[in-house]
Design a protein around this ligand. Sequence first.
Ligand code: SF4
Ligand code: SF4
Length: 338
Amino acid sequence: MKVLKLKKHYLKDYLNVLRNWGEVYGPVKQEDKYIYGLLDDLDKLDTRMLRTILPAKKFLVPPRFSTFTFKDHSYEPELNNLPNRVVFGVHPCEIHGIVILDKFFLERFPDPYYGERRRRTAILGLSCVPDDKCFAKSTNTHFAEFGFDLAFNDLDDFYLVWVGSSLGDDLIRLKLELFDEEIKQSDLQKYMEWRAWRDTQYKLNLDLTAMPDIMELNYESPLWEKLGDKCLACGACSMVCPTCPCYNVQDQIRPNKTEGKRERLWDSCMYKQFALVAGGHNFREKRSQRVRLWYTHKLKAFITEFGKAACVGCGRCIDTCPVEINVKTVVSELKGGK
Ligand code: SF4
Ligand code: SF4
């Protein structure tokens, strides 16, 4: 993989050049939180961001979008006018989240809407330093080796920039003169020291060994009733999780009843209606059943299916759930409070 250097004071110049390729988004502070916002003014960029409220999945699977319009007996897919986008500042755990979405929407259930947005979205990673809610080292998602187009590693006065795809290479060539192609031994040394230091910064470490077995053994545990009693079924955990892929479909039909559009919206298995089927039967009527399903998906089913948990240790559920149901508390309870 090709690696270059970019002096820090050139970052905004470079992001400015990327506007020739597409809309440029990045971390922007909003009150005491961060979002991925449009960098129409590059002074909005705030690289101190640790986690955004919504993950970068919102660019690949928007919270609500039209899949096609229809009129009489014909329909028109809404795929042609999607913009090119650059998303800068995506942390390694989130890149792993995107790799999980790729497995889902490119391999297992090929989805043209995801595929087209993925093709038109350049993912520019950025290194980070964890807080007390990050546990990406425990999920082995604290470094990303693929899944990005460019990845910037902050080494004080410069970035080491990894080129992860041919699109990334094209984006570098838009302004190659800003980059230094010579990596010195001292740069490598600095990077290795940074890695070792950063490993020591993880304060939250979760042992996820044998989680599928532990989940299986706890299938009938009273823990799920206890969690179900607390859960508000608000769905916030699903909205903020970089790996939650579920969506609903609804038609918006105009009053003439012959034209309209079909929309896709983020959904959550924490909602009561999620498993409601025609005839009124609900496969997961109880909140306890829905909480159990959510954690079965994250900590058991995905590992069994793909060999990896569907949790990338980003800490968003820890930051978001109003009643402290999150991977940290649930794993601890599943292990008997350890
Ligand atoms: S389960 Fe929680 S910590 Fe894990 S990826 Fe989802 S939001 Fe992040
Ligand atoms: S676990 Fe927390 S965030 Fe998720 S639905 Fe229940 S109350 Fe909401």
